[in-house]
Design a protein around this ligand. Sequence first.
Ligand code: PLP
Length: 375
Amino acid sequence: MKIDSILSRALRDWECEFGSTVPPLFLSTAFHRPDCRNDHSGEYYYTRVKNPNRSILENVLAQIESGEVAFAFSSGSAAITAVLQTLSCGDHVIVSQSVYHGTRTILEEIFKRWGLSSTFVDTSFPEVVARSFRENTRVLWLETPGNPMLSICNLSLLSSLARDRGAITVVDNTLATPVLQQPLQLGCDIVVHSLTKSIGGHSDSLGGAVIAARRGEVSEKIQKIQTISGAVLSPFDCWLILRGARTLPLRVRYSATNALKIAQFLSSHPAIEACHYPGLKSHPQYELACQQMRDGFGGIVSFQIVGDANRALKFISRLKSVNHATSFGGVEASIEHRASIEPLGSRVPCNLLRLSVGLDSAEDSIADLETALAE
Ligand SMILES: *Cc1c(COP(=O)(O)O)cnc(C)c1O
């Protein structure tokens, strides 16, 4: 089945005694046990361990990413942390240099103290990645398109490199979403998501997920960490995120179409120093993006204004319809000066702005950008 149909039918198999089209919200933290058996394997008995709303969402997430099993967490950061918690003291991780800044902070400020070492490399260059493996490398952590520079790396090539060296490949697929890119079908082992972004899609719920290509040792560890450590997604957030996810393919494709129009406009404007978008022929990995992604290149355009940070911030203040806020993947167009939010030492250029095009019409957004640039 295509992703559109999986999502549109996502709730149809739900059985409810009242025949409701949409599942109810199961707020109950405990579930009645039919007898005095202590064996509760597979059954609902306590919501941290298993909840019907979470099961429905996890099942759909596994299907749309072509995985065997999925786990929902209270945030994308909790999902990332859970994957890293499967590793041990003395292990090593290779990470995309252009990874979400929170992943870098989690590794450097939490896991480093626990003896997990990490090397950040430019994963656009496979030979650089190949050189970075050590005997104790367990995970290759990729993000493509990378955030916010939108660099691309080769998922099938790099995951096979990692497999040959006994490491698994984890991909943060938040930016592309399974509509545009399917890492597990390209040989990667684990996908993580911030459901807060495009999958939830309405800027009203925080969530995360881990999806494993296969059930096995790693997925069992992740399940244990989820249910024992307890950073689980609440029933209401599961419900809200699934409600949002049902329109994911439409939203993602529409915003990708508009993002390309906006990127084309920006890339030819004299007040723009550089425009980064994988769908532009000028992007250094345009060919690879075409091979690896489908139906578009995502709803985010990053661009550098001619001038400094001050100039970039002034430009934002002149925008009338694009919302000045962090995050991305919501319905509303939003823009952010990344250097202001990322920790000190961030490699993001000081004149870079990241635009999430949302579902606004491209014509209106271009008009807003054009007026602000003219001033
Ligand atoms: C936002 C984001 C995260 C973190 O997710 P939260 O839900 O904010 O914890 C992780 N990865 C990427 C690519 C993100 O954009």
